[in-house]
Design a protein around this ligand. Sequence first.
Ligand code: CP
Length: 306
Amino acid sequence: MRHLMSPMDFSVEELDKLLSLAMDIEKNPKKYAHACDGKKLATCFYEPSTRTRLSFEAAMLNLGGSVLGFSSADSSSAAKGESVSDTIRVISCYADICAMRHPKEGAPLVASLKSTIPVINAGDGGHQHPTQTLTDLLTIRSLKGHLGDLTIGLCGDLKFGRTVHSLIHALIRYPNIRFLLISPEELRVPSYIREDVLDKNNIPYKEVERLEDAMADLDILYMTRVQKERFFNEEDYVRMKDFYILDKAKMALAKQDMLVLHPLPRVNEISVEVDDDPRAAYFKQAQYGVYVRMALILTLLEVEVC
Ligand code: CP
């Protein structure tokens, strides 16, 4: 039995296979409509979510399965003090696979150690968000045609943004990847990622503060929101929240085939005037999240569709 805690849990070959499966699902949805008949997915979300929880649920329903779960800690027995370990032992009696989001780093990993069903990390604190990374990889591969030879700008809250941490881990395994890390000083990528991931693997990167200075070089611009829920005080959040706003004027500095991605939700960091730009791919990205989660459920449940 396999769990998914980090994008590194899959080899590059396994990721390629999973992304190819997701692309086939997009093209031939009917072929997969009964692949998970009789199977149940539990979504155990101790933190708010729109895309991740509902795309997981849509994915299982598209595969013919059923869903159950809770969408906040308050509506589960966590509110009475139940541990994640006890909860997953019980959920293992009710479902075939579980997607778990938790504000504490490592909570889904703790659950996986006691689980008798596959556990998927659907976001753990400021640590990792591997299924967002699968979504991002599928979006890039589908729209760009390849995952190597890219200059990628990661912009915004690079300190607390778990989608950024997971994406860096995943992309460094492809050839000729370069990063421009665009953030204010206080929200830089954590040093353990700079030193242990980027430096150690000789990945070219540059840290810059002004988005305007990076735009012309980018093949992908990955915008992120400032993670209000991870700040220790409101004052710091208010000071940082509108540091970057991508608008038409900044888009005019970019290549004609650059893609703008964002894991969403967006707050102010992308002006709505950018939504109609053909390079804005963030809503398409949310759609890819369903196909890739369908592929992941099939893979972890070891369901083959001929
Ligand atoms: N991208 C993402 O994780 O969105 P949600 O928080 O809405 O799930």
